[in-house]
Design a protein around this ligand. Structure first.
Ligand SMILES: Nc1ncnc2c1ncn2[C@@H]1O[C@H](COP(=O)(O)OP(=O)(O)OP(=O)(O)O)[C@@H](O)[C@H]1O
Length: 254
């Protein structure tokens, strides 16, 4: 069953600025949702609110019926909403595999302690986590790089490390903040194909992105934010043809 995402009247204020203004979304059909809008439209703030990084001023967030409003990033991740960041946040000196194992092993203090103490049960669990992380790396095309320090990989591959780590948290909802930024066209195409695969496996993917062509190519539903408000909501074709969007976002005359 696809993830249900219910966001109701979400508002995030920074002093006098309403970065997100009365945002409502109901989504239960899975797939990839693209979130676009001009600079300063509130896209990252919305992602931060959905991932528990920024507490909303008002409104509610429910995923699969569970109230995540104000849950904070750790609990939100436990409730299967994970994310990547606009600026890569990977541990460069750790191996690719260690980066991907982190969310699952760090979740369990007993597991980490037991592993340090060499307890047999913990060793088995860590081995199982290693296998799971290895499978994840194969899935995102990073299998051959598993034992290299993450910092030694090309930028496009480092993006995949972050995506694999977010997937290791077993998300129902995966939030991606500008995943295509700084990538060459072929790398972008490879990543968007990966997002389609992830969505096909039942993870709802919400992607903030400036590369509008990339968003239109991959998204089943596109949301347009402007001044914190939802300006338009439809298929890629509908949004591409919407004169209001073209005026607000692409700067065209209506
Ligand atoms: N920590 C903050 N404190 C004060 N104002 C903020 C903060 N973060 C964002 N804002 C303001 O909130 C509004 C929305 O910013 P946000 O970064 O969410 O937009 P965005 O659509 O992600 O922009 P961009 O595409 O440039 O990344 C902007 O007016 C911004 O200046």
């Amino acid at each position: 069953m696809a993830t249900s995402v219910e966001v109701s009247a979400l508002t995030v204020r920074y002093g006098g600025v309403k970065a997100v203004d009365d945002f409502t979304l109901s989504h239960s059909s899975g797939g990839v949702i693209g979130l676009i809008g001009p600079n300063g439209a509130g896209k990252t703030t919305l992602l931060n609110a959905l991932s528990g990084v920024t507490p909303p001023t008002s409104g509610t967030i429910r995923v699969n019926g569970r109230d995540l409003t104000g849950a904070g990033p750790v609990r939100t991740a436990r409730l299967r909403v994970t994310r990547t960041f606009q600026n890569l946040q990977i541990f460069g000196s750790l191996t690719v595999l260690q980066n991907v194992m982190l969310p699952r092993t760090a979740r369990s203090v007993h597991l980490s302690l037991g592993h340090v103490l060499g307890l047999a049960g913990s060793r088995k669990r860590v081995e199982a986590e290693r296998r799971t992380a290895g499978e994840l790396l194969d899935r995102v095309g990073l299998g051959p790089y598993a034992h290299l320090p993450a910092e030694s990989l090309a930028y496009g591959l480092q993006r995949r490390v972050e995506i694999a780590r977010a997937l290791a948290g077993d998300p129902a909802l995966l939030l991606l903040d500008e995943p295509l930024a700084g990538l060459a066209r072929a790398e972008s195409a490879g990543l968007t194909a990966l997002f389609t695969d992830i969505a096909a496996e039942g993870v709802t993917v919400l992607m903030v992105e400036h590369d509008v062509a990339g968003v239109f190519a991959v998204s089943d539903r596109v949301l347009v934010l402007d001044h914190g408000r939802l300006l338009a909501d439809g298929t890629s074709e509908q949004i591409a043809a919407d004169p209001v969007v073209r005026a607000a976002y692409l700067g065209e005359e209506t």
